[in-house]
Design a protein around this ligand. Structure first.
Ligand code: GSH
Length: 201
């Protein structure tokens, strides 16, 4: 059985959405971030970083959202959400799975804090280049791999939605249209509805 340690107001919503795309049964272990559940010894034994998401797959623990999505897509999507290991698109797919943590997130922090990290020191270079790289990948779309929706869209699409919501990402038409396409997916609607029901108590 798959168990997601989850709080709807956190990055674990990316994995929650992914689980709905997969259609695989799973359980939620609620984490109260304000109460500090993520810093308690039992939780730290799963993830010493004291952060969610954490996924348990029977005896296997996976942490870090991009790693969890990569794991789930490879193990459970029967090729539906990740190109096969020898498919030509696998390289492009992996690039986006790594781009999220190594370029997208740090660039968003730079923009949010109005911080100028020297581009030659930063692995993500200039935030403007991150924005333009995303734009070029999303035109014409509909997905990062063209016509094939993949776990990379679950990851990058969720990040784009989150950052548009926080007014960190500029409202470029290609970002807004992509986020609308993600939100129109039945799995995204189902994940959102499940979180809303939990929050309503
Ligand atoms: N690099 C991690 C980031 C996880 C993360 O920052 N989680 C936040 C919630 S969005 C968290 O658990 N914060 C609680 C804390 O730092 O105490 C990933 O991609 O999974």
């Amino acid at each position: 059985m798959l168990t997601l340690y989850h709080n709807p107001h956190s990055r674990s919503m990316i994995v929650h959405y992914m689980l709905h795309e997969l259609g695989e049964p799973f359980e939620i272990e609620p984490i109260d971030l304000k109460a500090g559940d993520q810093k308690k010894p039992d939780f730290l034994s799963l993830n010493p970083m004291g952060k969610i998401p954490v996924l348990r797959d029977d005896d296997v623990i996976v942490t870090e959202a991009p790693a969890i999505l990569t794991y789930l897509a490879d193990k459970y999507s029967k090729g539906g959400l990740a190109p096969a290991i020898d498919a030509p698109d696998r390289a492009r797919y992996l690039k986006w799975m790594f781009f999220y943590g190594s370029c997208f997130e740090p660039a968003m922090v730079d923009i949010s804090l109005k911080r100028d990290t020297p581009p030659s020191m930063a692995g993500w270079g200039k935030p403007a280049d991150v924005l333009d790289t995303l734009s070029a990948a999303l035109i014409p779309g509909p997905w990062l791999l063209g016509d094939s929706f993949s776990a990379a869209d679950v990851l990058i699409g969720s990040g784009i939605g989150y950052m548009l919501g926080f007014n960190v990402l500029p409202e470029r038409p290609e970002y807004v249209a992509y986020w609308e396409r993600i939100q129109a997916r039945p799995a995204h609607k189902a994940a959102k509805a499940a979180d809303a029901a939990t929050l309503a108590g």
